[in-house]
Structures are given as structure tokens and as C-alpha cells.
Design a protein around this ligand. Structure first.
Ligand SMILES: N[C@@H](CCC(=O)N[C@@H](CS)C(=O)NCC(=O)O)C(=O)O
Length: 206
């Protein structure tokens, strides 16, 4: 059976759990990271030398890096659903995974750590506000890409929606100002209708 290591409140673990449930996979999850420790155990470091979560083991394959795990599970178990058929359609969805990590992640992290993991009296509001503005600019790109579409890859949920969908939850749940974006708002509401998203992504922010 698929094994997943990682605490359930990690945004990167959420991607994998949501993906596995969308694919209807049976899995066994073990808490790891932060208060759970585990990540510095020699046996864990042997699987994942980064000492980070998530890590999976499937049919003898050990894998880390959440986006690579989502791609792997979708390619193996979600052909024609989460894993779009054909290289063009796949790349059009897949590019949002790289974009989330390379472009949105930096400013998102500043806002998330500032608003969720820093006590109010210690917050650097100037930096948080600059990063919030940057995030709003970036979400506007997603809003434009969603014009006339239900999901980033078209009519159905595909790999590109998964990392961004996890970041979107925090964006909507944090007590911050957000410009209204009609396509993004509708996409987020669509994600929130999915049982697997509600189960794994919509958790109190911590
Ligand atoms: N690029 C990696 C980043 C992994 C990562 O930074 N994981 C965080 C949780 S979101 C972590 O392990 N933090 C330390 C910990 O939980 O002990 C991925 O996408 O899997």
C-alpha cells in the first residue's frame, strides 16, 4: 500500500493527500515533521536526505518533492483525469505547478508566516503588505488564465490545480485584504465543493 510521511497541516503534504484521495488510492499516513520529529531519524534521512515532508513509498519507489509526487501519482493512477492525455494538454496544466513553486511561493510564504505563524506584536507589516500586494498581482494572472474555464486545465481538475489549490485555501482563509477576482473566486468555490479538498486542504491554518 502507498505510504505517506508528513504532518497533515503542511501545505506540501496537503497536495499529496488531496491528490491521493482524488485518485481513490488507499494509503497509510505517518505523522512526521515539526513537533512529530521523525525527519531526523537516520532511516528517514536515508529515504529523504532533505529531512523534509512529504516523502512517499509506493511499490518500492521512494520519492520526495511534493510536486514530483503529485506528477508521479497522477501519471500512474490518473491517466486521462488528473494526468491530461497528450503532451500539450499536460504541459499547459503542469506549468502551473512550476509557477506555484518558482513564482508564487516566495511572496505567499512571507504572508503566511507573517499572518499565521508570527504573533501580532512581532509582525513586520510593511513586508507582509508588500508580499500581499505581490500575491494579489500573481493571483490576477491565475484569474485571467481561468477565464471561460472551470479548472486550469479546462473542464476537469488536473495536476496544475493541486499545488495552486492548496495555496488558494490559505489565501482565502487568512485575515487579509483580497481584491475580488471573479474567475479565481469561482474556481476556489468549485474546489471547495470537492470532498477530498475539504478533507485535506480546508483545515485550520497553523
Ligand atoms: N520542495 C519541497 C519542500 C518541502 C518542505 O519544505 N516541507 C516543509 C513542510 S511544508 C517541511 O518539511 N518543514 C519541516 C518540518 O515539517 O519539519 C516539497 O515541495 O516537497
Amino acid at each position: 500500500m502507498l505510504k505517506i510521511w508528513g504532518r497533515s497541516n503542511s501545505v506540501n503534504v496537503k497536495k499529496v493527500l488531496w491528490c491521493a484521495d482524488e485518485l481513490g488510492l488507499a494509503y497509510e499516513r505517518t505523522d512526521a515533521g515539526l513537533q512529530f520529529g521523525v525527519v531526523n531519524e537516520p532511516w528517514y534521512r536515508k529515504m529523504n536526505p532533505n529531512g523534509l515532508v512529504p516523502t512517499i513509498e509506493d511499490d518500492g519507489l521512494v520519492l520526495w518533492e511534493s510536486n514530483a509526487i503529485v506528477r508521479y501519482l497522477a501519471a500512474k493512477y490518473g491517466s486521462g483525469t488528473l494526468w491530461p492525455a497528450g503532451p500539450g494538454a499536460r504541459a499547459a496544466s503542469d506549468k502551473w505547478m512550476d509557477w506555484t513553486l518558482s513564482t508564487l511561493h516566495g511572496p505567499y510564504r512571507d504572508v503566511f508566516w507573517g499572518m499565521v505563524r508570527t504573533p501580532p506584536e512581532k509582525r513586520n507589516m510593511e513586508q507582509i503588505e508588500a508580499s500581499r500586494n505581490k500575491c494579489a498581482e500573481l493571483w490576477a494572472m491565475v484569474d485571467a488564465a481561468l477565464e471561460g474555464k472551470r479548472f486550469l486545465g479546462g473542464e476537469q481538475l488536473t495536476i496544475g490545480d493541486i499545488p495552486l489549490g492548496c495555496f488558494a485555501y490559505a489565501w482565502y482563509a487568512m485575515p487579509i485584504e483580497r481584491p475580488a477576482m471573479k474567475n479565481l473566486d469561482a474556481w476556489y468555490r468549485r474546489l471547495a465543493e470537492r470532498p477530498a479538498y475539504r478533507k485535506h486542504v480546508v483545515l485550520p491554518l497553523s
